[in-house]
Design a protein around this ligand. Structure first.
Ligand SMILES: Cc1cc2nc3c(=O)[nH]c(=O)nc-3n(C[C@H](O)[C@H](O)[C@H](O)COP(=O)(O)O)c2cc1C
Length: 161
């Protein structure tokens, strides 16, 4: 039997980029969640997925709104990656960030490498998470900066030696 801790440690050895998933909350305000379960699904149509834990606020907002934004973080956004991994009640208001809005009317986190505005085209509940499959309706490649990486529970800048 594989324990939760063993599995978490094993998965921490898989290096990933980092995204912030943006949605709209029950008051019509932007909501953010750091996520690294993001991956592409297929090219035609352009489709991605992200997994949201059932205890997250984001799960409820994605399930209700049926759309979400994916912001791929740059190295300069490490503090935001850590900040948006906290639940709103744990956030102290110290983070500095701003949004733009495009055709999808989803919050675009300024300074990100890439933004994808997605419509939910599939949901699969498994265990304590739901896999949200999103068709990419809006795409912006905004920056040539280095990507923020996450490995072994730590942040990395691939451009620093
Ligand atoms: C690097 C990193 C990646 C994460 N990836 C995910 C993820 O893919 N899915 C998820 O549900 N939570 C993920 N989390 C945890 C959420 O960011 C965290 O639970 C957050 O507080 C949820 O916010 P919310 O409840 O306001 O939506 C990740 C955290 C970190 C630090």
């Amino acid at each position: 039997m594989v324990s939760k801790d063993q599995f978490r440690t094993a998965m921490s050895k898989f290096a990933t980029g980092v995204t912030v998933i943006t949605t709209i909350d029950e008051n019509g305000q932007p909501h953010e969640m750091t996520a690294n379960s993001f991956t592409s699904v297929c090219l035609e149509p352009p489709t991605i997925l992200v997994c949201a834990g059932h205890t997250t606020n984001s799960f409820g907002y994605l399930d209700k709104n049926k759309k979400f934004g994916v912001n791929i973080l740059s190295t300069g956004q490490q503090e935001l990656g850590a900040y948006f991994a906290k639940r709103p009640e744990q956030q102290d208001g110290s983070a500095v960030y701003s949004y733009a809005y495009g055709d999808s009317e989803l919050p675009i986190l300024e300074g990100s490498l890439v933004f994808m505005g997605c419509n939910v085209v599939g949901e699969h509940i498994y265990g304590d998470h739901t896999i949200f499959v999103g068709e990419v309706e809006e795409l912006m490649v905004a920056s040539d900066d280095s990507p923020l990486l996450f490995f072994d529970s730590k942040w990395y800048d691939p451009s620093s030696s």
